[in-house]
Design a protein around this ligand. Sequence first.
Ligand SMILES: NC(=O)c1ccc[n+]([C@@H]2O[C@H](COP(=O)([O-])OP(=O)(O)OC[C@H]3O[C@@H](n4cnc5c(N)ncnc54)[C@H](OP(=O)(O)O)[C@@H]3O)[C@@H](O)[C@H]2O)c1
Length: 324
Amino acid sequence: MLAYSYSRYGSPDVLEQVTLPTPTPQPNEVLVKIHATTVSAGDWRARSLTMPKGLGFMGRLVFGITGPRKPVLGTEFSGVVAAVGSEVTSYQPGDEVIGFPGASFGAHAEFITMPSDGKLVRKPDNISFEQAAAIPFGGTTAYDFLVNKAKLQPGTKVLINGASGSVGSACVQIAKHLGAHVTAVCSAKNAQMVTGLGADQVIDYQTQNVITDGMLYDTVVDAVGTLPWAQARHALRPGGQMVLIAGKTSDMLFGSLKARLAGKRLIGGVASERREIIEAVTQLAAQGIFQPVIDRNYPFDEMKAAHAHVDTGHKCGNVVISMT
Ligand SMILES: NC(=O)c1ccc[n+]([C@@H]2O[C@H](COP(=O)([O-])OP(=O)(O)OC[C@H]3O[C@@H](n4cnc5c(N)ncnc54)[C@H](OP(=O)(O)O)[C@@H]3O)[C@@H](O)[C@H]2O)c1
């Protein structure tokens, strides 16, 4: 099978198209022929070893000390089951599925094996393969942080910084679904898009102050890492909470303590990749409540160009790779 592989950290030029043996499913696994995948912020971090300042060594611990431990990137995919292991009863060849290998990677290839009871769900018929591939990364991150961790309530005022990214655009939609009043922070070129997703107000971070005197929110979400606690705290009502999906190392390490001392709360850490969350987000997508935003769609042969676009830090939603 064709795949993209890398053996050292760096620019998109470290990626090489290679031919690898097609994997054989273990008794409890399914083999999926991938139809679409994405280049996510996770792929960008793992390929370039770009980590928040001071966490470079942590990046090597996670992705590989001397070089990449997982040579094939790709955190999410949609496809069709091509074969099943001898013990699998829940899937059969021909089933359309969505998978989220996440930190295990491996989706930048023509085929992938996944445990049948792992991070794999059925693709709803009313969603294209391209849309389906873009559900897990942004969708589960937004869902886990806003629903499970922050427990957003109807009527609460939420500020979402980085509202035009994969995670941010999912946060806008899920916060609206939960009944929140959403102020989205993005640049002018994306204002119409986030309004279309349901944002009630938009702040253009290039021409306006994100934090303005007197404007208080129940929840401030940083989905891009440019709104440190020191600023965000001024926009939180007493008892309010910050959701730190991306941010400075010092906020990741000490933000929760700093927030508590200020009578507020900071929720950080890593989003869960649990199957139930993928299922919940996929159901929201099937109902049209969550529509993953697709910025560009590249053919598999243009993987390097897709990575280069993600590297700009200005993609709008998701960058999808079509295998066909
Ligand atoms: N904690 C976790 O478990 C977890 C899980 C998933 C992802 N993450 C992290 O979440 C972050 C976002 O991921 P993503 O996939 O959503 O990234 P992304 O799609 O690459 O984000 C790009 C978006 O950020 C916007 N942006 C850039 N600078 C901005 C600024 N100063 N203010 C507001 N918006 C700005 C860009 O809009 P413009 O073009 O208008 O600038 C662009 O639309 C990444 O750092 C990722 O590592 C964390």
